[in-house]
Write a protein that binds this ligand. Structure first.
Ligand code: ADP
Length: 221
């Protein structure tokens, strides 16, 4: 059972989601950490239950879905609460991502784990065939977060400063996608990246991790 398994990362506002869509359009199979986290935080999800246990039902909307802004207000102003959120979320997300990667074993697909906090959780990650970093200067990320995603200047810088810094990310990159230019400049880089991916060693897909969050059910496989 072997897989070409890449990690894709980049700081908030780097354009990682944009690159991820392009990679999918070029035939890659994307395993998206944010998407998996959202599923686990949906009503009935194990992570949502753990969050309500810690912060109370005030973090829910009237109809029971997560009020993301309420959680953001808690965790992005308090490092302890952010740590608690990560502890509730990350192991469960990693387990589900590993399961999805295992499904791609021996399919020949270039499988890409889209992981925003790769550097921060590197010791817990499976072996990858290679690591791709989407890179922009932080000023560009802030500008795009303000222009397109409605962040204030202060919030954008706060989010960036809570993540690994640019040099740390570049330090683990096997392939860097420079997104400081226009979106059109991504096409050629993505094609080159996919060609590079096909030259990389296949790895064993990640085993089912043993870690789990409180209240979470062990997976069947
Ligand atoms: P991330 O997933 O890394 O947080 P996104 O892909 O959401 O970043 O990009 C942040 C914002 O910047 C989005 O609104 C996106 O459409 C826009 N964007 C991405 N790449 C570029 C680019 N090269 N030029 C201009 N805007 C871009």
């Amino acid at each position: 059972m072997l897989v070409i398994l890449l990690a894709l990362t980049g700081g908030i506002g780097s354009g990682k989601s944009t690159v991820s869509l392009l990679l999918a359009a070029n035939g890659a199979v994307i395993v998206d950490a944010d998407e998996v986290a959202k599923q686990l935080q949906a009503p009935g999800g194990a992570v949502l239950a753990a969050m309500v246990e810690r912060w109370g039902s005030g973090i829910l909307q009237p109809h029971g879905t997560l009020n993301r802004q309420a959680v953001a207000d808690i965790v992005f102003n308090d490092a302890d609460e952010l740590r608690a959120l990560n502890k509730m979320t990350h192991p469960a997300v990693r387990r589900e991502m590993a399961r999805q990667a295992r499904e791609q074993a021996d399919t020949g697909a270039v499988t890409i784990m889209d992981t925003p906090l790769l550097v921060e959780t590197f010791d817990k990650q499976p072996p990858f065939s290679g690591i791709v970093v989407v890179d922009v200067p932080p000023e560009v990320a802030v500008e795009r977060l303000m222009r397109y995603r409605g962040f204030s200047d202060v919030d954008a810088w706060a989010r960036i400063s809570q993540q690994a810094d640019r040099q740390e990310r570049l330090g683990i990159a096997g392939f860097v996608i420079d997104n400081s230019g226009p979106p059109e400049a991504l096409d050629e880089q993505v094609l080159r990246m996919m060609a590079w991916a096909r030259t990389l060693p296949h790895v064993d897909p990640p085993p089912a991790p043993r870690e789990r969050v409180a209240g979470d059910q062990p997976s069947a496989n």
